[in-house]
Structure formats: structure tokens, C-alpha cells
Design a protein around this ligand. Structure first.
Ligand code: AMP
Ligand code: MG
Length: 549
């Protein structure tokens, strides 16, 4: 084989027991963490987009990316010689209810590799055909949801939010039938495969499933694998040397290590929620099978970006009733999910109290980090500022923003562009708010009591900001580093999808390029940083998405 060569390094396969049954038929898989499964070939694989950064990290040159072999391998039509594709076993709580075995129903890990720079990465094909975990579904993915996953995971990376990455987006040449709105109108769509890349795709649900079945040995092996391979610093001085032959060769993890590990997962989850809240991201399906043990954003489905700042908003129509996964509830769900994980781990320790205290510490951990993030978003990080006044100001803003339709991204970005030392606070409320008008969907709504309250806030904000010990340029640069100018607005992704459905893929690359530098002002690209156009307000795919993908 030329060009596409990898150094395989099968941590997951080597450490954990596999399913002895190699038939690719849907079933319950007990006492095993994975099943061997080969991707199902497709009619006509065609590469339509790739991430050059991820290719470089994997040691794949641009000429190899352009080769036919690349499209074949990353659509599941050819398995490189030393790879042993597999699907993972996991369970999960979906929308608050225990769902039993789920597993990789349409994701197949092509293999685990050591990259030229020394990192460990799993190459996973999403939409590559059925697996033992496909339950009633087809194992495939449609182009629209694949474009959304490809673009958003790369955008998140460039925003500095921990995430799985995406190497490639391939059309399969096959049709996939989906009832997009679950309203009895199934229709054929283009099939696609995204190759996702992450050090591990292990989820909270990996631990819940063996715990629910009383498979304590498997549960312990999963913990040992994850700690030894992905959290070795927690073993420093104890057993940090990597295992080679299954977890049997690993030093067992103590109760103390399990608690320290759970604490780190708790902190990473809290930090992830802060990041999502900071950039205005709504995951949409925070089931425990969609929470990464590494604290990565994983499984991009009916996610969305806040346009107007509405803490009650969820893009997921499947969740429209309870809005469990609405923007403002994400931090709470993080804790709920951690409780489920802690419960799963409890059978491994003598005393559950330390695990419980980790869960109990989550709210403070989140609030402290969110408080710091909000201070940064507001440019109020100067240590000399009164902390209580700053907090009060931030909290008041979060109450004011939903009162009139205010674009979150534009609001914070504009705030950073304003030179507070130049603002005359003695003018009328209406005049005072003029510099921020661009953030409002209907400026005339900013009137009466809302105007008075907003202007009062802005006056206090300007006054406090002006006392901070930093130059206007420093303030602007610091704020722009945390308040993105460009995010993957829901309607932008939908425009790229509409064009791709019509056979034109340029906008995918254009958006990928734009979102590579989300914090920079990019000349000539103002159109991507404007308010959502009116046509997108109620359009399917822009404001409403189902789990159908
Ligand atoms: P999600 O909440 O979309 O991440 O998916 C929940 C579960 O359903 C996971 O086990 C997925 O692998 C599985 N799943 C989703 N879509 C499909 C599909 N088209 N074919 C097979 N399994 C699927
Ligand atoms: Mg999932």
C-alpha cells in the first residue's frame, strides 16, 4: 500500500475484552467492550471536504488526501492492511431514562494510531454501515448531518473548545431514507461518512452499561484502561508505565485514584459547560452516551448556536416538550450526568462518600469557572475591580439580554469594540445605547422599561470598565480573544447544506476556512458576522432540528 500508512497502536482493543461472536448481527453484547465489524462498502465514494490540520497531524499529505484510496478508506470501502475495525459497547441515559445497551450503531473505528507527533488517535467512520449495536436503524448518516458534524467539530476546535475532530467528509454515492421531521414523510437523501478523530471515544455510558449488568470485572477493566491510557498523571509514582497486554498487566487502580479520576472528569465537564455557555453552543442531546470521558464535545446532532440570547432555547425539536437540553440547563445536566457516572463507579469502591462529594462539588466548580469566563467576556478581569460589583453586573446582564431579541455573539463582540473611555454616560438612554444597536433584532423593541434598565446597566458597565487598569487596545484584544466574531450560525450551516444537496461543495470549504480564525476580524467576510436573516427564523435546519440524521 502506498501513501496511506499508519502506525497502529491498539490501546482499546489490546486492553479490553472483545466480543467472541464476529457475526455482524444486531444483538446484546455481554462481558465485552467491543465487537469486530467491517464497514459496509458503498456505491461511489467521493471526498468532498477535509481538514488539512487533522490530515497533517495524522501524517497524511495533501496528495494522498486527493487520492482515490483516501476516499475509499475514509468511506469504509477499503480497510488498511493492519487495521482491525471495531464498534464499541456502551449504554446510556437518554432524556433522563435508562436506555440499556446502545453502542456504536453507525460509528466504526477503523483503527487506533500513533501519530508522527506522538499522540494517540482513534479514526472513526460515522455512517459506515450497520454494527451489532445498530438496533432498528441502518448504520448510515445523511449528508446534511455529516456536513454539520464536520464543520462544527472543526469550528469548536478553533474556538478553543475541547472536541472530537473531523478528518474528512465523504459522499457514499448511496441514498439513505430519512423522515427528517418524524412526520410521516420519509424521503431519500445523500449518504455520507465523516471520519472523526479523537484520543478516545469512550463515553459516560461505557461505564454505566457494565455497572447496570453487574459486570464488575469489565467495569474495572474499563476504568483501568481509561486511567492508565488517558489519565496517567493520576498514577504518578504508582503505576504510570503503560500496559502492553490487557488490563491484566496493569497495576490495579485504588479507590483514591478512582476518586481523583472522577474529580478530573467532573472538572473537565464543568469546564466544557463553561466553554459551551461562553460561545453560545447548545449541544441538543446531552444523553450520558453523548458525554465524553475526556471532556470533549462529542456527537454533533441537533445542536445549535444561540442567535438571540434565550436561555430556554433548544434547537432539538425532539426535546421541544421538556426542553431538557436547553442552553441554560446544560450546566445542570452536566451534574446529572456525572451523578449517573458516579453511580456506575460506586460498585468499585469501598466507600461511595468521596464519589458523592465530587458530584456535590460540581456546582461550585462550574460557577467559579463561569464567573471567570463572564468576567473575561466583559473585559472585567482586572484584579483591582470590585468582585461583587463585577458579579452583580454580569448577572444583571444575563437577565437583561433575553428581554429583547439580542444577538449574543454580536452583543459581546461589539462590547469589546467599544472604547469605554470615549462613551459619554450623560446622554439620553436612547443615545447611550446607539453603539450596541447592531446587536438587536428589532431596535425599536429596546424601549420603555427595558431601555431604561439596559441603559442603566450599560452606564454602570462603562463606569466600572473605565476604572480598569488597561489601555483601550489591551481591553479590546483581551475581549476579542474570548468573544468570537464568527460562529457556525445555524443558517450558515444550512446554506452550505442546501448548496451541497445541489452538488456544490464550495461553501463547506469557505466556512471551514472562515471558522479557522473565529476571533479575528476577517476583511471581506462581514456577511458571516451579521444578524440571522429573517427567512431563517422559523426554517427547518436553522431553528429547528430533529434527531433524524
Ligand atoms: P445519538 O443520540 O444520535 O448519539 O444516538 C443514540 C444511539 O443510536 C447510538 O447508539 C447510535 O449509535 C445509535 N444510532 C443513531 N443513528 C443510527 C443509525 N442511523 N443507525 C444505527 N444506529 C444509530
Ligand atoms: Mg450518540
Amino acid at each position: 500500500m502506498t501513501g496511506l500508512e499508519f502506525t497502529t497502536d491498539h490501546w482499546y482493543l489490546d486492553d479490553l475484552p472483545g466480543d467472541p461472536d464476529e457475526r455482524n448481527v444486531r444483538r446484546q453484547v455481554n462481558d465485552a467492550a467491543w465487537s469486530r465489524v467491517t464497514p459496509t462498502p458503498t456505491a461511489d465514494p467521493t471526498l468532498i471536504a477535509h481538514s488539512p490540520e487533522v490530515a497533517t497531524e495524522l501524517g497524511i499529505s495533501e496528495s494522498v488526501v486527493r487520492s482515490e484510496q483516501f476516499a475509499r478508506v475514509f468511506s469504509g470501502n477499503e480497510v488498511p492492511a493492519d487495521m482491525t475495525p471495531f464498534a464499541m459497547t456502551y449504554g446510556g441515559h437518554q432524556f433522563g431514562n435508562w436506555a440499556g445497551q446502545l453502542g456504536d450503531g453507525r460509528a466504526i473505528a477503523l483503527g487506533e494510531v500513533a501519530t508522527p507527533s506522538g499522540s494517540h488517535q482513534v479514526l472513526q467512520l460515522k455512517g459506515a454501515g450497520p454494527t451489532p449495536y445498530s438496533r432498528g436503524a441502518d448504520g448510515r448518516a445523511v449528508l446534511r448531518s455529516s456536513i454539520r458534524e464536520f464543520l462544527c467539530s472543526e469550528a469548536m476546535h478553533h474556538l478553543g473548545v475541547p472536541t472530537t475532530r473531523a478528518l474528512s467528509l465523504t459522499l457514499t454515492g448511496d441514498e439513505v431514507v430519512r423522515d427528517m421531521l418524524y412526520d410521516g414523510h420519509p424521503a431519500p437523501e445523500h449518504g455520507a461518512v465523516v471520519c472523526r478523530v479523537a484520543p478516545s471515544f469512550v463515553r459516560f455510558g461505557h461505564f454505566e452499561l457494565p455497572a447496570s449488568r453487574g459486570e464488575v470485572d469489565l467495569l474495572r477493566q474499563l476504568v483501568e484502561h481509561t486511567v492508565h491510557r488517558h489519565f496517567p498523571h493520576l498514577l504518578a509514582g504508582e503505576a504510570a508505565d503503560g500496559p502492553t497486554n490487557g488490563t491484566a498487566g496493569m497495576e490495579p487502580v485504588t479507590d483514591e485514584v478512582i476518586t481523583a479520576w472522577f474529580r478530573e472528569i467532573m472538572e473537565r465537564t464543568a469546564d466544557l459547560m463553561v466553554d459551551w455557555m461562553r460561545v453560545g453552543f447548545v449541544h441538543g442531546v446531552m444523553n450520558t452516551d453523548n458525554l465524553s470521558i475526556l471532556g470533549l464535545t462529542i456527537d454533533y446532532g441537533p445542536y445549535g448556536w444561540l442567535e438571540d440570547f434565550d436561555p430556554g432555547w433548544t434547537p432539538n425539536t425532539t426535546d421541544a416538550g421538556g426542553k431538557r437540553y436547553r442552553y441554560g440547563n446544560q450546566p445542570n445536566i452536566g451534574q446529572w450526568n456525572l451523578s449517573r457516572l458516579g453511580g456506575a463507579l460506586s460498585s468499585l469502591v469501598d466507600d461511595v462518600a468521596p464519589l458523592q462529594s465530587v458530584v456535590d462539588d460540581y456546582p461550585a466548580c462550574f460557577s467559579n469557572a463561569w464567573d471567570t469566563a463572564l468576567a473575561a467576556k466583559l473585559g472585567l478581569t482586572d484584579g483591582a475591580l470590585d468582585v461583587d460589583a463585577r458579579r452583580e453586573l454580569a448577572n444583571e446582564l444575563l437577565e437583561i439580554l433575553p428581554l429583547v431579541e439580542t444577538d449574543m455573539t454580536i452583543f459581546f463582540r461589539t462590547l469589546g469594540d467599544i472604547d469605554v473611555t470615549e462613551i459619554d454616560t450623560a446622554v439620553t438612554d436612547g443615545e447611550l445605547m446607539q453603539p450596541l444597536h447592531g446587536a438587536y433584532y428589532t431596535v425599536t423593541d429596546l424601549s420603555g422599561e427595558v431601555l431604561a434598565r439596559t441603559a442603566d446597566w450599560f452606564r454602570r458597565y462603562v463606569t466600572i470598565s473605565a476604572t480598569a487598569n488597561q489601555s483601550p487596545d489591551e481591553r479590546r484584544a483581551a475581549m476579542h480573544a474570548v468573544n468570537p466574531k464568527y460562529v457556525l450560525r445555524n443558517y450558515l450551516a444550512q446554506l452550505a447544506i442546501d448548496k451541497a444537496d445541489a452538488g456544490s461543495y464550495d461553501m463547506i470549504d469557505e466556512l471551514l476556512d472562515l471558522l479557522r480564525h473565529p476571533y479575528d476580524d476577517q476583511p471581506g467576510r462581514a456577511e458571516y458576522a451579521t444578524l440571522r436573516p429573517d427567512w431563517a427564523r422559523e426554517r427547518v435546519g436553522c431553528s429547528m432540528l430533529s434527531c433524524s440524521s
